[in-house]
Design a protein around this ligand. Structure first.
Ligand code: PDD
Length: 283
């Protein structure tokens, strides 16, 4: 039986009871965070806490215990015997349970806080060989920088990719590529690495930030500017990044082969440096 964290307590997941009046359920009025456990440490926990606080702040939700996230996450790893297993810890915070009204509830209504950990098998080899993706019109809102639990457009786009035996869906807003349903995207054009800058149109991925740093440390030029969809014929490499699969080389977009159809040299160099960093941290 797995142990979860719910409103300040650790308890069997089956005993967690969330009210039907919870604003997360009624309005998707909440945010979340996901951090990866590498059999001994969380990758860039300070980055995740900073983003958690920012998401809370942007939706004007006060959870004074946000600093407890690392301790809660570690406790979930320990209590679920995941110390030696690659795992993810999810934290969900909503504006609590209250009579249904669009207006915020009063200060007496406390946020609902739920966290869980789960082990997973990174599909490292399959991903390293490269993935196929689709590209579609952006159907999300205009505050994609907030890690909101409102993920319906992401889910619909991701499922469309899955239905077509693809791994991810890239979004295009006004002709420019933003990011993907659950990851950020990078392109190589003439030896330069491009990705969308931080803005309200993308989630500022923790992996994205670290990959930009690692690429620069490797001597690769990185330009944070949106790539137009009509420039896709100029790209020699593409990859997507997120906390769970880290870096996934893209080998086709809408069935059109990317580069030579294999993970490219810059992607592999960045991947190697990332793996090296994880090893040096003890992973
Ligand atoms: N998703 N963009 C979107 C829309 C995302 O949902 C995610 C992460 C990212 C990458 O962020 P990071 O590198 O911090 O994981 C970008 C997570 C993994 C999820 O929803 O499960």
């Amino acid at each position: 039986m797995s142990t979860a964290y719910f409103n300040g307590k650790f308890l069997p997941k089956e005993e967690v009871k969330i009210s039907p009046d919870d604003r997360g359920f009624l309005f998707a009025d909440g945010i979340y965070e996901v951090v990866r456990w590498y059999e001994g440490f969380f990758y860039d926990m300070p980055g995740h806490i900073a983003r958690l606080k920012r998401s809370l702040n942007e939706i004007r939700l006060s959870w004074p215990e946000s600093e407890s996230f690392p301790a809660v996450a570690f406790e979930l790893i320990t209590r679920n015997n995941l110390q030696n297993i690659p795992s993810l810890v999810y934290l969900q915070v909503t504006r609590g349970a209250a009579k249904r009204s669009h207006a915020f509830p009063g200060p007496d209504v406390l946020p609902t806080v739920y966290a869980f950990a789960r082990g997973f098998h990174p599909e490292k080899e399959a991903i390293a060989a490269g993935i196929n993706v689709i590209i579609r019109k952006e159907i999300r809102w205009s505050r994609c920088d907030i890690k909101s639990v409102s993920l319906l457009p992401n889910i619909l786009s991701f499922q469309e990719a899955r239905d077509l035996d693809c791994y991810e869906c890239i979004f295009v807003r006004d002709g420019m590529i933003t990011e993907c349903a659950h990851s950020n995207v990078f392109f190589v054009i003439n030896g330069v690495l491009y990705t969308h800058p931080e803005s309200e149109n993308i989630l500022s991925g923790i992996t994205r930030k670290n990959i930009i740093r690692i690429a620069r440390e490797t001597g690769i030029r990185v330009i944070e500017t949106p790539v137009a969809e009509n420039k896709l014929n100029e790209i020699s490499e593409a990859f997507i990044t997120n906390t769970s699969f880290e870096i996934a080389p893209v080998i086709s977009i809408n069935k059109i082969t990317t580069g030579d159809g294999h993970p490219g040299p810059l992607t592999r160099a960045i991947r190697d440096r990332f793996d090296e960093e994880i090893r040096s941290m003890g992973g």
